[in-house]
Write a protein that binds this ligand. Sequence first.
Ligand SMILES: Cc1ncc(COP(=O)(O)O)c(C=O)c1O
Length: 379
Amino acid sequence: MKFGTKAIHAGLEPDPSTGAIMTPIFQTSTYVQEGVGNHKGYEYSRTHNPTRSALEKNLAALENGKFGACFGSGLASIDCIIKMLNPGDEVVSTNDLYGGTYRLFKTIFEKYGLKFHFIGMQNAADIEKYMNERTRLIWVETPTNPMMNIIDIEACAKLAKKYKAWLAVDNTFATPYLQRPIDLGADIVMHSVTKYLGGHSDVVMGALVVKDEKIAAEMYRIQNSTGAVCGPMDSFLVLRGIKTLHVRMQRHCENGTEIANYLAKHPKVDRIYWPGFENHPNHDIAKKQMSGFGGMISFTLKGNKIEDALAVVAKVKVFSLAESLGGVESLIGHPATMTHASIPKAEREKSGLVDSLVRLSVGIEDVDDLIADLEQALK
Ligand SMILES: Cc1ncc(COP(=O)(O)O)c(C=O)c1O
């Protein structure tokens, strides 16, 4: 099946008891057994729940993996990956990554004897310098938040294989519609389902997809043992959201392209970070590994004044000033004072995250209204 058909049908069957076409919300903690151990595959909802199972199968199909697992948040799914490692193991991670992932690695797991190397990965050849026989995992986020840096997934997969390590890719920004890391050699794909997969800003959830049976067994053992699962109502909402993922992503890409081109001509805009531009670093790799460039765009203002950026985010009317991304509605944010405020100024400026940087999550409204809104806000 092709992507759009899989988004609507993969892993889903009409409910056998009623014929309901939509997977029911199995709002139950337990399942009656006819005799001890004689059950229909479900014993307790931490371990398995039919609504969650349907979503896990659907996600595995969309990522061209074999096994999916859903969690209470994106961070809970990353937590599951790191719990597969042992004290003394090393992780080579991109240094331009979601701040919450950095906080999890640094403040939760370092004290259990894991070693994290945070490095620039734009040039894949630099990664090998940090790899050795203790390296168990390469952690990649591409495109990154908010600088939209692109990392070569295929090159990282080759390196991971050479050192018998795993490659895990946070595919939140691209979604499987635009990028399928398992096809490029990754071992684990991770999502903040909260974003484009849910797509309607009404759920917090995470997911992992893998192909290898041994990794899957560990993933399910940890999912069940630590219990950071999502509920059936949220699973239902995401199943419903995913049915339009391909249509939404198409429109996010179209609107993203128009807005990036509009900003490129605006006299007050200085730099634009969007992987679709030929002069964007690693644009060729983005073209190779993504089938579109998405609706996440960051830009800076000429003069680089924080007050100018704050005025823009205050003046918008169709865009909403908020954290998060990937919903149908357009959002605007100021990373230096919002999502990345915890990073010291000197440190964040090294990667280009300056005071006037504004981040857009371009939604699927009529693009003319979005451009008119930016026009009046930039005046
Ligand atoms: C790229 C990326 N990865 C992971 C996360 C964490 O996901 P969650 O907020 O669902 O825990 C986020 C959240 O913003 C994110 O943007």
